[in-house]
Ligand binder design. Sequence first.
Ligand SMILES: Nc1ncnc2c1ncn2[C@@H]1O[C@H](COP(=O)(O)OP(=O)(O)O)[C@@H](O)[C@H]1O
Ligand SMILES: [Mg+2]
Length: 425
Amino acid sequence: MEIGIYVDDEAKERGESEQTIYREGQKHSYIAEKVIGHGSFGVVYKAYESYTREAVAIKKVFFDERYKNRECEIMKELEHPNIIEYKKSFVIDGGTKEDVYLNIVMEYFPEDLKRVMDYYRNQGEKVPLFMTKVFMYQILRALAYLHGKGICHRDIKPSNLLIDPTRNIIKLCDFGSAKKIVPGEENISYITSRHYRAPELILGARYYSHEIDIWSAGVLLVELINGEAPFKGENGVDQLIEIIRVLGTPNRLQLIKMNPDFIEFKFPQVLPISWSYFFEKKVPEDALDLISNLLMYIPSHRMKPIEALMHPFFDELRASTLYSDPLNRVPNLFDFFKEEIELSSVQIIEQLVPTWYRNEELERMQKNKKAICTPSRDYEDELDKMVRDHKKKSKRSKAQTTRRRGSQYELDDQEVYARFYDTKT
Ligand SMILES: Nc1ncnc2c1ncn2[C@@H]1O[C@H](COP(=O)(O)OP(=O)(O)O)[C@@H](O)[C@H]1O
Ligand SMILES: [Mg+2]
């Protein structure tokens, strides 16, 4: 089944003619292999590119040329190891107004977290705690990046987290509900799948923020540990009752913080239960602590994703011994890139990168003698300061750092600054 000729919208925007798109007259098509997802929006196919044979996923959605497709616009903005990569988009026009589709081409990932959890559930088992850590770390890293860019995903749940099981890499997908949150601007409250929906959304809040995703991440963490989502309401109100059963009845202040416009409502008076009583089996103290910091009524009290990465729950992932055995299948969790650092802070990232990793990275880079680093403009001052500080501190004070053509540096001594820049060899 042929989906359509690949027309490169971005190449068109750059003013390139179709000739260059068809590369030496070769006809490029995406050949659909099978349908892998259905929704109210349309269909997701697994496909491959007829020329390169590269596997891709194509999400086909209705298209109205009067509006920009928000999902596509947001995806184009994102580049992160834990977010599914956007490749291209093209429109297929069937001739009538109702027959126009936007096709969003993405990298293909074979599994999703829902299927992984179902697999363990069917065996009567739970996802191992170690894998839970590997997945949750990556999910929170994606959220730190996304929220740093002002974007709220608004539909965090297992089927929107794709997995490559060979390397235990997890990537966030489905930006169909995502939105850039602007303080003071209204948003719809009927969003996020029910079991993952934050209490302020159930209470009808319209001025909520990124913390709604943190709630969903907290629910995911409990689900990974327990094999089942903690609050499984049958409808909106029932969902809130399920939350109250565990967190207790929200007090006045908590209600106001969730939704100041909320009209008085008689809630059943319930006392909170401790998370340690919630689980049937014994769950480590650090996991319980992280859960209680994510699942808080007051949105601003929920832990920020970057802080959550620093939580002792993830300390196990920072041990060098883990990475010496490839059978552990742990992806690189410390390859923070320039934009990620800019969106948080150098100090925080320094805390997240273990010393052994930093040393190995420096060793690797020093072997790569001619590494050329291109810092962003914002970092030039910071780099100058770091070079000065480093020269002061360094015993081998002949750290040779030459400034070249304004924005480029050739670094002989990579020690301090290497990890802050994209490095081309
Ligand atoms: N890039 C991809 N690689 C592999 N499977 C995907 C990909 N994108 C989506 N899918 C599959 O299609 C399903 C639906 O896609 P999604 O974007 O989540 O749409 P919906 O709005 O219906 O939830 C996902 O749950 C996943 O199983
Ligand atoms: Mg989805």
